[in-house]
Design a protein around this ligand. Structure first.
Ligand code: IPT
Length: 952
């Protein structure tokens, strides 16, 4: 005897991909056949289990008057019904495939529609298309059950012509949050159920197109393109610009301009079958594996890529056209040339944009079974034949949908799914269906099924070994090119070490670049926190802010990491020696004719002259030495440098004329170090010591004021609010410094006063800075001098004891009364750290204290400006010898360290200023290698000087 209500919901836990749907086919945005968007407001009812409600709601005449409404496309959990949940790789339900929990929030959706005037229901048929529903749906039209499906980020079509009425149609869709399909969709992201992509009804007139495959290759030896469009329904293909008009299935070869991501030449074409005209955009290009390299049109390409999840802070993965375009434009403007669609096929319109604007795409299938790693991959669906039909269904739905995009150069089987026969079956099917592209899957370490050796987060040394072909591996793998499908984990402040990777990529042919993890922070807009992350919705299992690891913030504001990446991957190299500048075209295809070059000459950060630089239209890969003008004569000299910029000569589809794509600075003459003649002597009296403009407490030697500016708590500082990269990922086997720093008490250093001495022209304060419980410390001497006007401070630090960890930072910190404007001469405009400083341009910059803050979704160390010669803030001018790292904020480091969300940071009356002699690098240890040795800050004997002037 069984009490389980079986029949109605068995499909939810069925490993099969579904039933009732049409075979997958090419997706196209429009044709002359009528279509009706069913997007908009739908009636909605949420129930707690899959079988809580019967299917009466699908019957015409059902009264849904009391139901709520949701927007489609959308996720109901972002529209006030239930809550989102985030896990990285753990399944948020017991792992018992294909079973799912009884608590399975189920959303019944209803949409009523009439056919538009002119829709000839009697002629031909109609197809109902769902572009994306998470995670499993059952569909009824006018009371008839037409099928059910899984495969959330893939299209599913149903033939519905016979069911349609001119008016009063009822479309009912039951969507389950969890299904057998959830086991295949364990991507590191929010679990967000709903009908989150378009729903469209497509008229299919008699003789309408079915599936078609555009084969458009390019022969770089002849400059000819060959076009053949295979179509299930015979017809003709015309390409007016090429005078092509051929039957489907027939090949034609003509001279063409090739498509590349740098030169995305598309030809407008039409596929005309008897019943439909389908506009096509054709790009001619040939992808091949040749000489162990990924070549397009005969040339090896270097991927400067990002992993892109679909994300909008309010709409989740329900992206509109505008948001997709914003991503593409931001990428192009930041020199990015490639996208891995981690970890599922994106909205199809995104690929149209990649074709149009020019981005290489690794199109990844909607497949990840990462949670099985917790049980040593036992019962992994990809190694269980019962699941293979679902895997093949997913592969086919991706390839058939996206095969006509020139931008797609590599198919990826999925992500983090272990290994197994199912993956091999997918690879075999894809190779058989489309021999014109390569197949990728990172988990296939031996490259049995794949055409590219791919890894994630390998450190620099290992990547270099792979570049040198010293990494061994299977015979097959040794002959393959290498990419890092994920690297440079952009969580919080960072990633560090990108320039070091790029140097390695550019040094070895076998290394064909990589894809930063990842494009955008998946923060959810939230009244409580500004942006919410894992755990903020009370999830019993979650991975916190690991979901916020993008190069852009949730609102798509570029983070400094993106600005750094833009600089590191710039398509033009600019280097020089003071009289000439060496310009290198680092692109793979395009010459430099789209760019104009400008020079400017700065003295002490002020531009004294500027002009244009004539640079030949170098071909891809070429370099030239270009003579710089005579340096302008500047009375009094000063620190001088050339700045050479490459900019768009004219507006392009993605950027305005004048948009800077690359730059370099060439030092000409060095800076004069600031110094203070120690001509004033300290004067003691009434518990105070005065020295030039400054007053000190006589007993403690503490600085009280400089001229009119009150100063609080100036002292040595070694602590920073640890970054996600300092904290490191829990599974990292390498040393994670943040935990050690806390263990060793670097966040609670004590300052013991040893002496306050006035000796002639200086006030000397001797201290020892050390944490409770430990024997190591920093003997710290502050030596103050003045010329009567200006105040000099030389800090000498001598470590004693056994220092086994680097320092987070080394410098001084002090408070001043509220200040707003900040000016500085040094690196800018954005923050920089020792291994994230490529984009810091030396010049004069202005901002505000608030403007200096980088709003990481989880607050952490941020906002340092590099190589600062002088800074002005709150009536003080501060000069440094040597240059220093400058930071100012309205809260203390301790408050920053304690904050979990932006809203925890509340400005106080004091501005806290850090002047650092050193900063520890950033690295990428939140998921990857730590700080490389040259960027580590060790506790070494150090001496550094600041000169303060009251300019108020
Ligand atoms: C890697 C995943 O592929 C990606 O989806 C994301 O989770 C990333 O890590 C971290 O943000 S997998 C990891 C085991 C390296």
């Amino acid at each position: 005897m069984s009490f389980r209500n079986s029949t109605a919901t068995d499909y939810v836990e069925d490993v099969s991909p579904g039933s009732g749907a049409l075979p997958p086919r090419a997706w196209y945005p429009a044709s002359d056949a009528t279509s009706l968007s069913l997007n908009g407001s739908w009636r909605f009812r949420l129930s707690p289990t899959a079988d809580a409600e019967d299917d009466a709601f699908a019957e015409p005449g059902y009264d849904a008057g009391g139901w709520a409404e949701v927007s489609v496309p959308g996720h109901w959990v972002l529209q006030g019904h239930g809550a989102p949940a985030y896990t990285n790789h753990l399944y948020p339900f017991p792992v018992d495939p294909p079973r799912v929990p009884t608590e399975n929030p189920t959303g019944d959706h209803l949409r009523f529609f009439d056919l538009p005037a002119g829709w000839d229901g009697t002629a031909g048929g109609a197809v109902l298309r769902f572009d994306g529903v998470e995670s499993c749906a059952r569909v009824w039209l006018n009371g008839t059950d037409i099928g059910e499906f899984k495969g959330s980020r893939l299209p599913h079509e149903f033939a519905v012509g016979q069911l349609l009425k001119p008016a009063g149609n009822v479309l009912a869709v039951r969507v389950h949050r969890w299904s057998a399909g959830s086991y295949l969709e364990d991507q590191d992201q929010w679990w967000l159920p709903g009908i989150f992509r378009d729903v469209t009804l497509l008229h299919r007139p008699p003789g309408a197109a079915l599936d078609f495959f555009v084969h458009a290759s390019y022969d770089h030896t002849t400059g000819q393109g060959t076009l053949r469009v295979d179509s299930d329904v015979d017809g003709r293909v015309s390409v007016p610009a090429l005078d092509i008009d051929v039957a489907t299935g027939e090949a034609v070869t003509v001279p063409v301009e090739a498509w590349t991501a740098e030169t995305p030449r598309l030809y407008d074409a039409v596929l005309a079958t008897e019943g439909e005209r389908v506009p096509l955009r054709i790009g001619f290009r040939t992808v091949e594996l040749a000489d162990g390299l990924i070549k397009v049109n005969g040339k090896a390409v270097l991927f400067k890529g990002v992993n892109r999840h679909e994300w909008h802070p309010e709409r989740g993965r329900a992206l509109d056209q505008e948001t997709m375009l914003a991503d593409v434009l931001l990428m192009k403007r930041h020199n990015i040339n490639a996208v891995r669609t981690s970890h599922y096929p994106p909205h199809p319109a995104f690929l149209d944009l990649c074709d149009e604007y020019g981005l290489w795409v690794i199109d990844e299938c909607d497949l990840e079974t990462h949670g099985f790693t917790e049980q040593a991959w036992r019962d992994n669906p990809v190694d269980d034949d019962r699941w293979t039909p679902a895997l093949l269904d997913r592969a086919a739905r991706m390839v058939e949908r996206d095969k006509n995009h020139p931008s797609v150069v590599i198919w990826s089987l999925g992500n983090e799914a272990g290994t197994g026969r199912g993956l091999t079956a997918m690879a075999e099917w894809i190779h058989g269906r489309d021999a014109s592209r390569l197949v990728h899957y990172e988990g296939d370490i031996d490259c049995r099924d794949t055409d590219v050796y791919s890894r994630m987060y390998a450190d620099h040394a290992e990547v270099e070994r792979i570049g040198r072909e010293l990494d061994g591996g299977t015979h097959k793998r040794r002959r393959l090119p290498f990419i890092l499908c994920e690297y440079g984990h952009a969580m919080g402040n960072g990633p560090g070490g990108l320039a070091d990777y790029q140097r390695i990529f550019e040094s070895y042919d076998r290394l064909q670049g990589g894809f930063i993890w990842e494009w955008i922070d998946h923060g959810i807009k939230d009244d409580r926190y500004e942006y919410a992350y894992g755990g903020d919705f009370g999830e019993e299992l979650h991975d916190g802010n690991f979901v916020c690891d993008g190069l852009v913030f949730p609102d798509r504001r570029p983070s400094p990491g993106l600005v750094e990446y833009k600089k590191v991957i710039e398509p033009v190299g600019v280097e020089g020696d003071g009289t000439t500048v060496r310009i290198t075209n680092k692109q793979d295809f395009a010459d430099l004719s789209a760019l104009a070059f400008e020079w400017s000459y700065q003295v002490d950060g002020e531009t004294v002259e500027a002009g244009t630089l004539a640079v030949p239209a170098l071909a891809a890969g070429e370099s030239a030495e270009v003579k710089l003008p005579e340096p302008p004569a500047v009375p009094g000299g000063g620190e001088a440098r050339w700045t050479v910029r490459a900019l768009l000569a004219a507006g392009t589809a993605w950027g305005p004329a004048g948009h800077v794509v690359a730059w370099g600075q060439i030092p000409v003459s060095a800076r004069q170090s600031p110094s203070v003649a120690a001509s004033a002597a300290p004067v003691s009296g009434a518990g105070r010591i005065t020295l030039g403009p400054a007053a000190f407490d006589a007993r403690s030697g503490a600085l009280l004021s400089i001229g009119s500016v009150d100063v609080t708590a100036l002292r040595l500082d070694v602590w920073r609010a640890t970054t996600d990269n300092d904290d490191g990922a829990a599974w990292q086997s390498d040393i994670r410094y943040a935990a050690l720093w806390r263990k060793f008490g670097l966040h609670r250093m004590r300052h013991r006063l040893d002496a306050v001495e006035t000796d002639g022209d200086a006030l000397t304060v001797r201290t020892r800075v050390a944490p409770a419980a430990w024997e190591f410390g920093l003997a710290t001497v502050y030596r103050w001098t003045s010329d009567g006007d200006r105040l000099g401070l030389t800090v000498s630090v001598t470590p004693d004891g056994d220092w086994t960890v680097p320092l987070p930072r080394l410098g001084i910190r002090f408070g001043i009364p509220a200040a707003d404007r900040v000016r500085w001469f040094g690196g800018g405009p954005e923050e920089a750290y020792p291994d994230t400083r490529s984009a810091a341009l030396v010049g004069r910059w202005e901002s505000t204290v608030d403007g200096l803050q980088t709003p990481y979704v989880r607050p952490q160390e941020n906002g340092a400006r590099a190589d600062v010669r002088w800074a002005e803030i709150g009536g003080l001018r501060i000069e440094g010898d040597p240059e220093f790292w400058f930071t100012a904020r309205r809260w203390t480091t301790e408050q920053l360290d304690a904050a979990a969300h932006r809203t925890d940071l509340v400005a106080g009356d004091t501005v806290w200023v850090n002047l650092d002699h050193g900063q520890h690098g950033i690295g990428s240890q939140s998921c990857g290698p730590g700080v490389l040795p040259p960027y580590q800050l060790h506790a070494d004997p150090s001496e550094f000087t600041f000169v303060f002037t009251d300019i108020g």
